[in-house]
Design a protein around this ligand. Structure first.
Ligand SMILES: NC(=O)c1ccc[n+]([C@@H]2O[C@H](COP(=O)([O-])OP(=O)(O)OC[C@H]3O[C@@H](n4cnc5c(N)ncnc54)[C@H](OP(=O)(O)O)[C@@H]3O)[C@@H](O)[C@H]2O)c1
Length: 164
């Protein structure tokens, strides 16, 4: 299982239920990476998408504690374990499974992931949700760093962290 996340210079990922930045190249990378694969997310992340709609051309698994929660075009799971079980049940064709947030789901599923695709922005946003600082996590090591790239708020780069 893999994770994909965009963080600022403090490992912040969100503010008031929304993303911190608009970064077209990152959106493209996210789409190209996850397309035709399986994505797992928390209920709040699903509801942060336009119209609260699932991501197209991907199987969307949404985790909620609400037993009556339903959404068209979405697999519902009521625990992390159930989400993993569903991802295995629907994955007879060996697709990648990406955990796509938000903070609570990243934190609970980090240990299940062997590769984390981090888009690291050199900017400090106002934020209320954070990703764990992988530079301080001895389980992970940087296995790839792209060249510096530009977006409207400054520089960013793509970094892959792999489990040691
Ligand atoms: N920068 C990025 O790459 C990125 C990516 C994704 C999201 N984000 C941002 O992150 C923020 C949202 O993160 P968040 O932590 O507030 O919300 P979240 O993780 O998306 O969703 C939280 C919800 O997931 C459900 N949940 C969590 N753990 C569960 C468990 N063990 N069992 C059953 N259900 C569980 C609960 O849903 P119920 O309340 O329905 O029970 C909980 O309220 C937003 O600002 C979003 O824009 C950023």
């Amino acid at each position: 299982m893999k994770m994909i996340v965009a963080v600022d210079s403090n490992w912040a990922i969100g503010y008031e239920g929304k993303l911190l930045a608009r970064n077209k190249e990152d959106m493209k990378f996210f789409k190209e990476t996850t397309i035709n694969n399986i994505v797992i997310m928390g209920r709040k992340t699903l509801e942060s998408f336009p119209g609260g709609n699932p991501l197209k051309d991907r199987d969307n698994i949404v985790i909620t504690r609400d037993d009556s929660y339903t959404r068209e075009g979405v697999y519902i799971a009521h625990s992390v374990k159930e989400a993993v079980d569903v991802s295995e049940e629907i994955n007879s064709d060996n697709r990648e499974v990406y955990v796509i947030g938000g903070a609570s789901i990243y934190e609970q599923m980090l240990d299940l992931c062997d590769e984390i695709f981090v888009t690291k922005m050199d900017y400090e946003y106002t934020a209320d949700t954070y990703f764990p600082n992988l530079d301080e996590d001895s389980r992970f090591t940087v296995s790839y760093t792209s060249e510096d790239k530009e977006y409207p708020d400054g520089k960013f780069r793509f970094i892959t962290y792999s489990k040691k």
